[in-house]
Ligand binder design. Sequence first.
Ligand code: CA
Length: 723
Amino acid sequence: MTFGLDRLSFTAALIAALGLVTSCAGRTSEPDAAADTASVSRPVDAARIIAADSTPGEWLTHGRTYGEERFSPLSRIHDGNVGDLGLAWFAELPTKRGVETTPLMADGKLYVTGSWGHTLAYDARTGEQLWHFDPEVPKDYAVHACCDVVNRGAALWGNNVYVASLDGRLHALDRDTGAVVWQIDTRINTTDSYTITGAPRVVNGKVIIGNGGAEMAVRGYVTAYDAASGEQVWRFFTVPGNPAEGFEDETQEWIAQTWTGEWWRNGKGGGTAWDSFAFDPELNLLYIGVGNAASWNRKIRSPEGGDNLFVSSIIAVDADTGRYAWHYQTTPGDHWDYTATQHMILTELEIAGRKRDVLMQAPKNGFFYVLDRKTGELLSAEKFMPVNWATHVDMETGRPVEAPGMRDTEEVQFIIPGPSGSHNWHPMSYSPETGLVYIPAKVSSGFYVDDFMTERRKMIWTVNYSVAHMVALPDEMSVDERKAFAKKEVDGLLMAWDPVAGREVWRMPKGFYSGSGVLSTAGNLIFQGDLHGNFTAHDARTGAVLWNRDVQGGVMASPITYELDGEQYVAVAQGYGGETSLPFGVVSAPFELVNISRLLVYKLGANSELPVVETAIQEIPAHGLAAAPAEEIEAGRTLYNAYCAVCHGGNATSGGIVPDLRFRIRELAPAWKEIVIDGAFAPNGMPAWKDFMTPEEAFTIRSYVAHEATLGRERGEKRVIRK
Ligand code: CA
């Protein structure tokens, strides 16, 4: 249960015995005899994905269709019988970090990715595990990811399943055995903190993948690889590089004119495409959702202003060549981490009496956008949540009209929404039957204070705002006040939105932070989970709760549904973690959220039960260290906020995914230098910081953590742990 010295010496012995993890080949467990019980796999191709609506029993691509509506025409489970829905089977996933995956189902087999890029295949009827691929990502690579070691899913094409791992590798696996067909490293260098958390998509026989890292100072790009061979077909950079090194193409030359200063030095521009893609096979256009700028603060990044294309944009490119077709920038000159990586849905809407082929997105910045997906023309942009950074979007220019003073961050600037956004990566859903979009929305706000540190360093956040102001709370706040603060600042809800009228139809509360991704079905049902351990079915027309299950731990990922032998199933992967569990630990901790990483599969009339999860209440133990002088504590606080807070949480308070140092300080204190400076726990994910600080500086961090432990103990802080 503890990380004591025994564990430390055990870890050291393990390192000595095994050598540091160097193999990046990955490992697949043998398929067992159960593989014979699943259906024969037929190659997946474009025709099969395009025909998804006439063969709705399967779920062949991330958003079910290329348009990513996440609506299923299946209706055997409906608003009249959903009360009979029960657990058919479940499987324990092999990790204890955040799970954000959307499973795929083809030919009776369910493909599920877990943290780091683990990939598992199951018999979709019985839950029998067919194979398990472990990409063997070195655990200390976790420090390169802003927001946990999550993975959002896989792609199917031919006889392969494609998955990317956190360390930037893309893997083609045999669908039936999990054996590696090919593997490539998608990173353009190994000196920057590139990660992949998104699901690949396959269009026209090309595997499309982007990457993350805009908090860590990288330049974003999207690459297409030949699905059969892994050969690179095209690459599209989302922000320009250093002009002195030459532009890759004329698009790069053009977008460089929207930047000022030396953007390629400090933050490298950002604009990472870490999640959303959609594809229109008729237009042969691939749509790319582009993330926030790096650094976040435009004063540092592009000091003379500028729109900074293509940050916070939706870009359409030719799917075969990667050639630019059009773009729409949701937040010109992004200044607040307003990604436009949020889920994009392609559908047909009747607007002003005319049928339009549209693209819809509800990005972080709080506006719901409807675009003509052929031309990029803006059709509407309405606030779906409270917004104070802009008054409205000017429909003549297509540009937001910023409220005065929103970039004057000399003092603390209070911005709505904050960096977690009015809607983050959690996929929304559009039901053509109700005409409504179901958004995992949230109330959100943030405090922004300039930080002019311009020395770019690998492994730490380079946002040019004070991390302390974003993630830490005043010492004097009680546990109840912290909870009330978090509830007010980040509160989740499920919103039904009419995209034609541009207005809310209903909303249902979803507790802290955000509800999970959403599934809508022709059974007039909406399925969604939440961080408090609920998995719920709502009436799609009214939002009324029709069915709810306590699933013992938080759900973030999106449910899917499929049908086999005349029975409809609903599957969802669970596992609390992600962005709110790490830097924002001090706001999530009071909610006592628990990670249980499982795949849950339901069908009508089933009655399997989850095993009892035993929990215990833990108090912060007395650490026995002498109180340090105030200036030493303050020095430690500054270093902690720069290097440690984005994983271990503001105020040294963990959101429950990585160790809460206040509960462990007594055990960790004697080995502090070995752990922090020398990397004794690197195999567990804690990197060595010897290139960043001296041992003396590391000990000031220890004094600060001890100080927070004392305060937490006085406050009576407790936490729930799984036994
Ligand atoms: Ca971001």
